[in-house]
Design a binder for this molecule. Sequence first.
Ligand code: PLP
Length: 455
Amino acid sequence: SSSRSAPAADDPALVGTPPMGAFWMPFTANRKFKQSPQLIVGAEGMHYRLADGRLVLDAIAGLWCVNAGHRNPRVTAALKAQIDVLDYASNFQSGHPAAFELAARLADFAPGDLNHVFFTNSGSESVDTALKIAVAYHRARGDAGRYRLIGRERDYHGVSFGGISVSGIGRQRSTFGPLLNGVDHLPTTHDPVRNAFSRGEPVHGIEKADALEAMLVLHDPSTVAAVIVEPVAGSTGVLPPPQGYLRRLREICDRHGVLLIFDEVITGFGRLGANFAADLTGVLPDLITAAKGLSNGAVPMGAVLVRDGVHDAFMHGAAGSVELMHGYTYSGHPLACAAASATLDAYLEDGLIAQAAALSPYLEDGLHALRGLPGVIDVRNLGLLAGVELAPYAGGTMTRGQAVAQQCLARGVMVRAVGDTIALSPPFTISRAQIDEIVDTLRAAILNTVDQPSA
Ligand code: PLP
């Protein structure tokens, strides 16, 4: 190892290419990326600055997380203030005020009686925590026979062994051998034939929820602990739930004493134009997993929001005993709490969630105007979350999605290709003119990639 002085992030001319070999990049084609690295060296508001000096519009909010815009002034100020007061304090058998204050604010921000907050550092940790709470809840009530977990095809729940077990993405599971026992998967709600070019929640597919009833009967409902779904499956292509689907899942879970977990790592904190998907749909889950927009991406943080009845089931036994044998060194880290609290201020006091709701029809209209372009086979959207799906190329050196994303970047807009779907989830601080810029850029990129790129 050698020591290197940090490059000045605001002066791209000074940024050389760092040594590429040591960093094993996550979810990346390492060898390909490192041949022609595209580095991000700065950010401000709606934009990233690339190492070549170009400013690009960030249409995906980092990785669906920077909802309040990059380097949001409230967040920056709060982090600077916090680091001068308290850098770290454990929340194991001790505590610091910011964690308690943030938890109280989140309980207010969350719907219904989701009044209890377990802090984590990521979406994956939130999912693992929620699954463990669900199983332990039944055991705490003397119902230890409930251990099964039910996920859904095409849902993504992070990368822990628990998360990949309940996720419905074959390639992420098959790499790692046997996973958790007793896991089954509901069918995806995605219906490209009946629901193509749907706006908001699609009309068809409520009956897909009935697969849960059948699955419970198959396994014996008294063995099932919890069902976990993404209200809108994000990273597998932006798949909004059919109208009434989530409510029906809730009804079936209630009938059989099964907990319902919404993984709102993407959909939470205003992404759908409401605090949570649970608010938008009026369906209250027993637990919500959150991360990303919680701290505006500025510091890693996740949380599990838990309803009174689930939490209270643990608060028995000897008063001095630890009620849940679970936690992370950085659960409720002071800096993360400061960032999250300031992010909440941005959402609430600056009206950003209302702004996301107000802008969503404009984004919807803009994107649906792409219908009819060569290769565009579907457009899906809910709130400020959207996907434009393209017909795949047969074979080829890159997917159609990758080709379009690359073209967009060359034209100054950063989007994310998830398979052949172009995913969009801009910061809520976006203007109408910037939405136009995204749509116009996408149109040009799609028209420019009608033919397959040659090797
Ligand atoms: N759950 C959902 C719905 C996600 O979209 C993600 C990440 O994209 C995760 C869980 C995992 O979060 P993290 O990458 O912070 O571990």
